[in-house]
Ligand binder design. Structure first.
Ligand code: AP5
Length: 212
């Protein structure tokens, strides 16, 4: 029997649910582009670009960056890919972003990773990111380590401080949860239980993506 593989995918879920971990693994498995608006914004902030300067205060405080800026970044990226498949991590996060995305890409499936808030906070407090290659670690699994396998140094994200995590969760509930209902109403939403090991969640995500 043939597999039903989708190539225009949105990954939703609260902060720390494992969107980046799963979306980057899925992009490798299916040979599609991984697009994280959070990564693009952090890269712009680190390089001091005009977009980075405009985004910084929102990212630092756990608020959403204005829709027009994020929509432009994603639109330019997707239009430059000339039809290649993609998985979007962290976009859309508002109803306005979802409506804009509709205008330039037809989304086939939306994976929504669910996770209780207590687990979200535990995961984010242990997260470390490689400053060179972007690989995501968690000290709760790998123990305290200061370097990535690639040799880059591991750092804590600036918005993984407790007070900013609280704000990100509040922003998620208020502004992003309606996006789940938006896609449910369109019949493209598939829930993925985020509890369990990274491999467990990956297997669940694959089976949700490949079912008819
Ligand atoms: P963004 O970077 O998108 O952050 P987020 O949504 O808060 O999500 P995270 O990256 O924190 O978590 P994740 O779900 O990817 O989890 P991860 O895989 O790392 O956005 C940051 C900011 O940018 C926003 O606050 C906003 O300001 C701005 N922004 C971005 N997009 C925007 C948009 N569209 N509009 C406006 N503003 C926007 O996993 C977390 C940890 O858990 C890791 O340590 C990982 O190793 C571990 N882990 C993962 N899976 C498991 C597992 N199964 N078991 C145990 N541990 C696990």
């Amino acid at each position: 029997m043939g597999r039903f593989v989708r190539s225009r995918i949105v990954m939703l879920g609260p902060p720390g649910a494992g969107k980046g971990t799963q979306a980057s693994a899925l992009s490798e498995r299916y040979g599609i582009e991984y697009i994280s608006t959070g990564d693009v914004l952090r890269s712009n902030i680190a390089r001091g670009t005009p977009d980075g300067l405009a985004a910084k205060r929102y990212v630092d405080s756990g608020e959403l960056v204005p829709d027009d800026l994020v929509v432009r970044i994603v639109r330019e990226h997707i239009e430059g890919m000339k039809g290649k498949g993609f998985i979007l991590d962290g976009f859309p996060r508002t109803l306005a972003q979802a409506e804009s995305l509709n205008e330039f890409a037809e989304i086939e499936v939306v994976l929504n990773i669910t996770l209780p808030e207590s687990e979200v906070v535990a995961r984010l407090s242990g997260r470390r990111i490689c400053s060179a290659c972007g690989r995501i670690y968690n000290i709760h699994h790998t123990g305290e380590r200061s370097t990535c396998e690639c040799g880059g140094s591991l750092v804590r994200r600036g918005d993984d401080r407790p007070e900013v995590i609280r704000q990100r969760l509040e922003t998620y509930e208020r502004r992003t949860r309606p996006v789940i209902e938006y896609y449910r109403a369109r019949g493209v939403l598939r829930e993925v239980d985020g509890i369990g090991s990274i491999d467990d969640v990956f297997r669940r995500a694959i089976s949700r993506l490949e079912e008819e």
